[in-house]
Write a protein that binds this ligand. Structure first.
Ligand code: ADP
Ligand code: MG
Length: 589
C-alpha cells in the first residue's frame, strides 16, 4: 500500500495506532493500579457501546443501561462466587439476564414517546435495584457479594493485572468490531434517518419500533457483558454496581466521547475513567476541576470527541474515494396487479371541528398521473397523509393495489409500494444528497433487513450509491450529489426528495407540492421524468399550486374544496368546471 493508500484507509489506521499505543502503555507504562483503571475503562467502553445503539443511533433516552450493567455483575457474582461456575457459563448467562429483563419491558415501553420511554426505563432501573436490595438470600442485600474470583475458563485462570487488562480489552475489541458491523453502511443510515427524520424513515418503509426493540436488547447484552467483566475485575459486587451513578457515568461518556461512533465509546470511557486519577491532586477542588474538564469537552466538541478527531483526520486525507459509476437499477418497475394502485373509499379525517377530508372516494390508476388541486387548507396534504398511512382515517377505507391498508402504520403502507414526498422537504440533513437517495435504494430491497440488528455483508452500500447516482442524475441533481442536504437550496432539496421517492420503485408515487421552489426549467424537466415513470406503470398522485404545470401532465384532475371532492375529470373538463372556478381557479385562465 502506498503512503497515500494508507492515509486513505480510515478508520483502520487511527484505530490501529490507538490500539498499539494503548497496548504499549499497558505493557510498559502502567503499574498494577493503572492497569486496574485501564481495565475498568474497558468495561465501561463496552457499556457505552451498548448504550450508543439505543441512545446514539436511535436517539431514545434509555435510563436502564446502568441496571443492565448491574444485572450482569450480579449474575456473574452469584454464579461464580456462590456456585463456582466457569466463565464460559457465567458470562453468557450474565448477558442473557439483562436481555431477558429488557425483552420483558421492551414491548410496551418502545411504543412510548421519548420522555415516557425515559421514565419507563427509569422504572426498570429502580425495579432492578429494589430487587437486588431485597432478595438478600441471593444478592447479599446492601452488603453485596464479596469474593468474586478471577476469570476462569476450564483450567485457565486469567490473573489480575496485565492478563486481565488484555482480556478485557480483547472483549472491547470484539465488541467494537461487532458494533461497527451492526451500525455501518446502510443500517447506520437507516438509524440516522429514524432518529433525525422519523417521518421520512417511515415513508421509506423503515420500522422505528422494530429498530428500537433490537437496539434496546443489544444495549442490554453489552451492558451485561460489561457488568460481568467488571465483577471479575473488582472482586465484589454491591448495590453500587446497579445504582444510578453508573447510568450517569455511561451517559456522560457517551455524550463526551460521541453518541454514534464506536471509537467515541472507547474515548469517552478512557477519558472519564482517567479524569479522576489525573485530578486527584486537586483534593478539595477535585470535583470542580473534573466538572470543568467535562464541560469543556462538551463545549469544544458538541458532537463528541470522536467526531472531532474524525474531522481532523478527514482534513489530513489527500483525496476522497471516487464515487461509483452511476448504474441503472436492475429491477423492473413494480406493476400494480389491479387497476387501482391506490384507492380511497369515502375517506374522512377531522381535526376537532374541522373536517379536513370529507368522504372522498378517489382511485389512482396504475400508470396515470392524477393531479390534486384546491385552495390552501382544502385538505390536499391531509388526503395525501390518509393515502400513505401517515394519518388514519376517521371513516372510510384505504387500499393499495386492492389490499385494505386502513389503519396500517405508514412504514407498512410504504412497504406495499407507496412512496411519497412531503410539503416541507424532509431530508436527513447531515447526509449527502446522494446518501439520502442511496438509503431509499438500500431500503427498497428489504427495509426490515436494515433494522434487524444483524451484520450484513459488504458491498451493499456501494451498489446502493451507484444506483442513487443514476436516480439523482435523472432528476437533475448530479452536481449536488456530494453536498450535505442542509447546504442545498430549496429547489435542489425538492429534486433530491423526488429522486428518493422514485428510487423506491413504487406502485404509487405521491407528491405533495414538488414544484414549490423549482425554476421553470426544473419544472419542465420534472414533468418529463414523471411522464416517464407513469409510462413505466407507476401511478402518480400530485398536489401542487402551479395549475399550468399540473394540467400539462395530468391524465385526470381532482379538485378539493373544504375537504370535499368537488370535481374529477380530464384537465379540460375540470378547468371549465363552474365548481372548480368558484372554489379555486377564480378568473385564472
Ligand atoms: P392543504 O394541503 O390543501 O393546504 P391541509 O390538508 O394541510 O390542506 O389542511 C386541511 C385542513 O385541516 C386545514 O383547515 C388545516 O388547518 C387542518 N389541519 C391539517 N392538519 C392538521 C392538524 N394536524 N391538526 C389540526 N388541523 C389540521
Ligand atoms: Mg398542503
Amino acid at each position: 500500500m502506498t503512503a497515500r493508500g494508507i492515509l486513505d484507509a480510515p478508520p483502520a489506521l487511527p484505530l490501529l495506532l490507538g490500539a498499539v499505543a494503548l497496548g504499549a502503555y499497558a505493557a510498559f507504562g502502567a503499574d498494577e493500579y493503572a492497569l486496574r483503571v485501564l481495565s475498568t475503562a474497558g468495561t465501561f467502553a463496552l457499556l457505552v457501546m451498548g448504550y450508543q445503539f439505543v441512545f446514539g443511533h436511535l436517539g431514545a433516552l434509555s435510563l436502564a443501561q446502568g441496571a443492565f450493567f448491574g444485572l450482569g455483575a450480579y449474575a456473574t457474582a452469584i454464579l461464580s462466587s456462590r456456585y463456582g461456575l466457569d466463565f464460559s457459563v457465567s458470562f453468557p448467562v450474565s448477558i442473557a439476564v439483562p436481555v431477558i429483563a429488557a425483552a420483558i419491558v421492551a414491548a410496551p415501553v418502545l411504543r412510548l414517546e421519548t420522555h415516557y420511554f425515559a421514565l419507563a426505563t427509569l422504572v426498570l432501573a429502580q425495579g432492578a435495584l429494589v430487587a437486588v436490595l431485597n432478595w438478600e438470600t441471593l444478592t447479599g442485600g446492601a452488603n453485596g457479594l464479596p469474593g468474586v474470583g478471577a476469570v476462569r475458563i476450564g483450567d485457565l485462570a486469567v490473573a489480575r493485572g496485565l492478563p486481565m487488562a488484555a482480556f478485557v480489552w480483547c472483549a472491547v475489541g470484539l465488541g467494537a468490531l461487532l458494533a461497527w458491523r451492526l451500525v455501518h453502511g446502510a443500517s447506520g443510515m437507516a438509524f440516522a434517518c429514524l432518529r433525525d427524520r422519523p417521518l421520512a424513515a417511515a415513508a421509506l418503509g423503515l420500522d422505528g419500533a422494530h429498530a428500537r426493540h433490537g437496539a434496546f436488547l443489544m444495549s442490554a447484552a453489552y451492558g451485561g457483558a460489561a457488568g460481568a467483566l467488571h465483577a471479575h475485575l473488582s472482586g465484589v459486587v454491591s448495590p453500587e454496581s446497579i445504582e444510578f451513578p453508573v447510568m450517569v457515568s455511561c451517559l456522560t461518556m457517551a455524550v463526551i466521547g460521541g453518541r454514534a461512533r464506536v471509537a467515541g465509546a472507547i474515548i469517552g470511557a478512557l477519558l472519564l475513567a482517567h479524569l479522576p486519577e489525573w485530578f486527584r491532586g486537586f483534593e478539595r477542588t477535585y470535583l470542580i476541576a473534573y466538572g470543568a474538564a467535562a464541560l469543556a469537552a462538551v463545549i469544544l466538541a458538541p458532537a463528541g470527541l470522536a467526531e472531532l478527531f474524525e474531522r481532523a483526520w478527514d482534513r489530513l486525507r489527500t483525496h476522497h474515494p471516487a464515487l461509483p459509476t452511476p448504474s441503472r437499477p436492475a429491477t423492473a418497475p413494480r406493476r400494480a396487479a389491479t387497476s387501482a394502485a391506490l384507492a380511497l373509499d369515502k375517506a374522512s379525517k377531522r381535526f376537532g371541528g374541522v373536517v379536513a377530508v370529507d368522504g372522498v372516494t378517489l382511485d389512482l390508476k396504475a400508470g396515470e398521473i392524477l393531479a390534486l388541486i384546491g385552495a390552501n387548507g382544502s385538505g390536499k396534504s391531509t388526503l395525501i397523509n390518509l393515502a400513505t398511512g401517515f394519518a388514519a382515517p376517521d371513516g372510510g377505507r384505504i387500499a393499495v393495489d386492492g389490499e385494505d391498508v386502513t389503519g396500517d402504520p405508514a412504514h407498512a403502507v410504504a412497504r406495499r409500494g407507496v412512496a411519497r414526498t412531503f410539503q416541507a422537504t424532509d431530508l436527513v440533513e447531515d447526509s449527502s444528497a446522494l446518501d439520502n437517495v442511496a438509503l431509499a435504494c438500500a431500503a427498497r430491497v428489504g427495509p426490515e433487513r436494515l433494522t434487524n440488528w444483524r451484520p450484513h455483508g459488504r458491498g451493499g452500500m456501494a451498489a446502493a450509491r451507484a444506483e442513487a447516482r443514476w436516480w439523482l442524475a435523472r432528476f437533475g441533481g448530479a452536481q449536488t450529489e456530494g453536498q450535505k442536504a442542509r447546504e442545498l437550496p430549496a429547489g435542489a432539496r425538492r429534486l433530491v426528495e423526488c429522486a428518493r421517492a422514485a428510487a423506491r420503485n413504487p406502485l404509487a408515487l405521491v407528491l405533495d407540492e414538488p414544484g414549490a421552489g423549482l425554476s421553470a426549467a426544473e419544472k419542465t424537466a420534472l414533468a418529463e421524468r414523471l411522464r416517464e415513470l407513469a409510462r413505466d406503470g407507476t401511478g402518480i398522485l400530485i398536489a401542487d399550486h402551479d395549475t399550468e404545470f399540473l394540467f400539462a401532465i395530468a391524465d385526470r384532475v381532482a379538485c378539493l374544496d373544504r375537504g370535499r371532492l368537488v370535481a374529477l375529470g380530464s384537465p379540460q373538463d375540470v378547468r371549465t368546471d363552474p365548481a372548480v372556478i368558484a372554489a379555486y381557479l377564480g378568473n385564472a385562465p
